[in-house]
Design a protein around this ligand. Structure first.
Ligand SMILES: [Zn+2]
Length: 187
């Protein structure tokens, strides 16, 4: 059981039809983001997942924006082609040259991981289902959570707690709230 000190206000539960996420796959060349269908992937169980998107387009758009902001190589990220003179970004100084060996690949990949840090879907750190409990006088609200998802909310006066909400699947907004709450209660 986790005791919550700060109230979890206005939890919105939305059902997302399609769910995409980036998975960083590391081979001997380096690490590359692969777009995968998040519904088939166990979010919160599979490591190295980043971001949750409702379409391929939205996923690509965010990776492209992050790459541009952090001067990563769009070629090495699989978003553009690389020719003998490197990627297009190199010519306009948007890439620091990992595609032509000017920047170490390991350094590029470390910068990539840093760029994606804010959208990382961490692995759920517990084995069992957790209950987040909020209590104010005799009013109790219990949130059952597992793998960063709400399984249901129960609330009422102590002794007569009733179900309020049911699980609607993975939601990045809910994930962020739970991640911050659990991190805080563990500190
Ligand atoms: Zn490049």
């Amino acid at each position: 059981m986790i005791k919550v000190h700060n109230p979890l206000f206005n939890i919105r539960l939305r059902r997302v039809r399609s769910l995409y996420t980036w998975q960083l796959i590391t081979d001997r060349k380096g690490c590359t983001p692969h777009l995968i269908n998040g519904q088939n992937t166990q979010l919160g169980i599979t490591p190295d997942l980043y971001g949750v998107y409702s379409s391929r387009q939205a996923a690509t758009q965010q990776l492209r924006e992050l790459a541009q902001k952090h001067k990563l190589c769009l070629g090495l990220l699989g978003l553009e082609k690389i020719n003998t003179r490197g990627c297009f970004g190199l010519q306009i100084r948007q890439c620091m040259g990992a595609c032509v060996g000017k920047e170490e690949r390991s350094q590029h990949d470390a910068r990539l991981q840093q760029a994606l840090e804010d959208v990382q879907i961490h692995v759920w750190p517990h084995d069992a289902i957790h209950e987040l409990v909020q209590q104010q006088n005799d009013w109790v609200q219990k949130q059952r959570v597992h793998n960063w998802q709400y399984l249901g909310t129960h609330c009422g006066r102590s002794g007569e707690i009733k179900p309020l909400l049911k699980n609607k699947g993975f939601d990045f907004y809910v994930y962020k709230i739970l991640y911050c709450t659990i991190k805080e209660t563990n500190n």
